[in-house]
Every structure is written in structure tokens, then in C-alpha cells.
Design a protein around this ligand. Structure first.
Ligand code: NDP
Ligand code: MG
Length: 388
């Protein structure tokens, strides 16, 4: 393949867990993929290493202080143009040369660059689920208007996307998202009070960033993914289900009206869905070992226990209530997880905080982007102020 048809990739959140999985895919397919833009919040050294390895011409550090320090200390080679701040991140998302923007920053800060990439007419691979939970209505509407290809990178949604290709969604009965159940799937309920941040980030199957690891333990992650699936695939809450599948090999199911079920399966590594998105619609050999049916293994499924996973119930209710409720759920969860990770809140207090903030704010309607962002900010403030 010649250089001129290599797909030009911008990777937002290059220093994170999705970022490193993406770099693994890029290293394996240099003839098809070229990295032309990267971002981090403050990890200047790691970002500079990525820029040197992949000869990346554009980089952004969103934290202004980290940007100024990196400039002063000349951390980046002169061949990389470094910019700082959130506006620079949105500019990077709309880089004229880019073919595809992978949004892998963590949290609601993914919304603005996703919208910027849409406005610039870029194909998007979306790993960041918070952008859709917060602003799904606006993102999907603009993506439709602009004819954007929005490729789901989250493993469950990528699985659904693959199962639905060339299938009429009118004949769909339901989508069933699989969930590992996290590290506390079998922990006696009475012991959850003692769970520490380091216990909560030990995921049994996946190695991920801290925020999503805690979300997986509480199953707030699956709640966010229900809302994400609602926006991506246009289904109402009653057609979206969750099943616990401890092995994380079947990444989700689609069930048609005739009872047939399709699944997408691959080992529990994000390199599989990331590669699918980066090369779409082409396929290429995987960068990691694939499933081996010459070895015996088992797949198990069971319904989630609502008492063990109250965050999942709260997310479901938020989706049913609609309006501002999903945005409030997302903001309260993000702050609750941050406070838990800094030892300010106990593990069982996470759902209590979310429920309290939802009770105060979930009924608000969000007719436009300004009211949505104001509600997000207010929910964050109330979640910061929450005391048990
Ligand atoms: P990480 O915490 O590992 O990485 C986050 C990345 O975003 C880093 O590059 C970080 O930079 C950057 N970042 C953090 N805060 C900000 C901010 N306020 N503004 C701009 N950039 C910021 O997260 P993950 O890779 O685990 O997750 C990324 C997204 O992908 C999340 O939305 C998550 O839900 C989703 N996802 C993750 C999966 C996984 O396996 N990890 C699976 C499916 C979805 P720095 O290093 O400088 O802090
Ligand atoms: Mg997922």
C-alpha cells in the first residue's frame, strides 16, 4: 500500500489505557494507518515519547500548566507542534488532514471534541461513552445532519455494531449487553463497606483506567453503556437488557424477532474493537492471540442482582426518565468515583450520592446545549457538596 492512502488518525487521550491499546494496533499496521495527532491532559513525557516514536506532527496537552511547563522544558521534539488547552483539543479533533478521530479521553470532557470532529466532517471512533450519556441527543442529531460515520469502540457497542451490519433494525427484538460483574461479583454484600480504591481498580478481565475500573465494579459502567446503546442504536429502554458474563468473551448479543441471537466474540482485549474501528470497513490480522477452540473453556451467563448493583438500577431509571436525568447520573457518578478514589467516600456511598443528586435535579429538562452544560455543572457542584 502506498503512503498516500494510509488512513490518518487523530488519537485523543493517547496516554491512557485505550490510547496504549490503540498504539499497539498502529504499530502492527503501519502500512494502513498513520498517527497525525495526539492529546493528553498532563502526562507530557509519555505524550512526547509517543510523538517521537510515531513522528506525530500535532500534539495537545489540555492542562495549561502542563503545556507551559513542557514548552519551557522543551519536552517535545521540534518536529511536533504542541498546543495547550481545551480549545486546542477541539481544534485537533477537527484537524483538516485527519480521516478518523478516536475519542479516548475519559469523562464528560469528551463531548466538546466529539462535537468539533462532527462539525469538521470527520469519521469518529468513539470510546468515550460519557460524551453520549451527557449529550447523546445533540451528538446523534449533528452526526446525522453531517452524514458522519460514528464507529462504536466500546467493546459491547462494537459487538452490536458488527452483529447489526446489513441487518434491518426493524426486525430487532432486543440488544443484550454483557457485563463481567467486576471484582465484587461474589463478595458478600456486608463486606462491600470495606472495599478500598485499590481493591476496586483490580478488574478480573480487563486492564483499564481507574475511573472505568470503578465504574465496572459498581456496574455504573453498564448503566452508562445502556444509555450509550440507546443513542447509538435508537432503541427504547425496554429493548435493552444486561446479562452478567464473567469471562468477557461474548461482547454483547442482538436478538431478532424470530428468536435468533447473534453474538460477537473475541478475547477480552480492547485491541480487537479498536482495530475494527481503525481499519473499518477492512479487516486485518489481529495483534493478539485469538480464541482457541482446541482448548476447553466455558461461557456462563446470569442476570445482575439489583441489590448488589444499585448504580445499574439508577442508570436504567435515568434512561427511562429521559430529559436531564442521564446527564445528572453521569456527572454525579464521575464526581462520586473521584471522591471514592481519593478516600473521601466509602464504596457503598457512591450510589447514595448519585441517588441524592438525581432526586434534586433529574426532573430538569435540557432543551439546548447551554441548559445541558449548566445542568452538568450544577450536578457536579451538588455531588462535590454531598455529605453522608
Ligand atoms: P485513562 O484514564 O486510562 O486515560 C484517559 C486519557 O484521557 C489520558 O490520555 C488522559 O491524559 C486524558 N484525560 C484525562 N482527563 C482529561 C481531561 N479532563 N481533558 C482531556 N484529556 C483528559 O482512561 P481509559 O483509556 O480507560 O478510558 C478512556 C475512555 O474510554 C473512557 O471514556 C472510558 O469509559 C472509555 N472506555 C475505556 C475502556 C478501557 O478498556 N479502558 C473500554 C471501553 C471504553 P493524562 O494521561 O495526561 O491524564
Ligand atoms: Mg464496555
Amino acid at each position: 500500500m502506498t503512503d498516500c492512502i494510509r488512513k490518518k488518525i487523530v488519537l485523543l487521550g493517547a496516554t491512557g489505557s485505550i490510547g496504549s491499546n490503540t498504539l499497539q494496533v498502529l504499530r502492527a499496521h503501519p502500512d494502513q494507518l498513520e498517527l497525525i495527532g495526539v492529546s493528553a491532559q498532563s502526562n507530557d513525557r509519555k505524550l512526547a515519547e509517543i510523538c517521537s516514536e510515531f513522528k506525530v506532527p500535532y500534539a495537545v496537552l489540555t492542562d495549561e500548566k502542563a503545556y507551559e511547563k513542557a514548552q519551557a522544558e522543551k519536552v517535545f521534539d521540534s518536529s511536533t507542534r504542541l498546543a495547550g488547552g481545551n480549545d486546542a483539543l477541539s481544534e485537533l479533533a477537527g484537524l483538516p488532514e485527519a480521516d478518523l478521530v478516536l475519542v479516548a479521553v475519559v469523562g464528560a470532557c469528551g463531548l466538546q471534541p466529539t462535537l468539533a470532529a462532527i462539525e469538521a466532517g470527520k469519521d469518529i471512533a468513539l470510546a468515550n461513552k460519557e460524551a453520549l450519556v451527557l449529550g447523546g441527543a445533540f451528538v446523534m442529531e449533528r452526526a446525522r445532519e453531517k452524514g458522519i460515520r460514528l464507529l462504536p469502540t466500546d467493546s459491547e457497542h462494537n459487538a452490536i455494531f458488527q452483529c447489526l451490519e446489513a441487518q434491518p433494525t426493524t426486525q430487532l427484538d432486543r440488544i443484550i449487553l454483557t457485563a463481567s460483574g467486576g471484582p465484587f461479583r461474589d463478595t458478600p454484600l456486608a463486606e462491600l463497606e470495606k472495599v478500598t480504591p485499590s481493591d476496586a481498580v483490580q478488574h478480573p478481565n480487563w486492564s483499564m483506567g481507574h475511573k472505568i475500573s470503578v465504574d465496572s465494579a459498581t456496574m455504573a459502567n453498564k448503566g452508562l453503556e445502556l444509555i450509550e446503546a440507546h443513542w447509538l442504536f435508537g432503541l427504547p429502554p425496554e429493548q435493552l437488557q444486561v446479562v452478567i458474563h464473567p469471562q468477557s468473551i461474548a461482547h454483547s448479543f442482538v436478538q431478532f424477532i424470530d428468536g435468533s441471537i447473534l453474538a460477537q466474540m473475541s478475547p477480552p482485549s480492547m485491541t480487537f474493537p479498536i482495530q475494527h474501528c481503525l481499519l473499518y470497513p477492512e479487516r486485518a490480522p489481529a495483534v493478539e492471540p485469538t480464541l482457541d477452540f482446541q482448548q476447553a473453556f466455558q461461557l456462563e451467563f446470569c442476570p445482575p442482582d439489583p441489590q448488589r448493583f444499585p448504580c445499574l438500577v439508577l442508570a436504567y431509571d435515568s434512561l427511562r426518565n429521559g430529559g436531564g436525568a442521564p446527564a445528572v447520573f453521569n456527572a454525579a457518578n464521575e464526581i462520586a468515583v473521584g471522591r471514592f478514589l481519593s478516600n473521601e467516600l466509602s464504596y457503598p456511598a457512591i450510589p447514595h450520592l448519585i441517588e441524592a443528586v438525581l432526586e434534586q435535579l433529574a426532573a430538569r429538562s435540557v432543551p439546548d446545549m447551554d441548559s445541558l452544560l449548566a445542568l452538568d455543572a450544577e450536578a457536579r457542584q451538588r455531588a462535590h457538596d454531598f455529605k453522608l
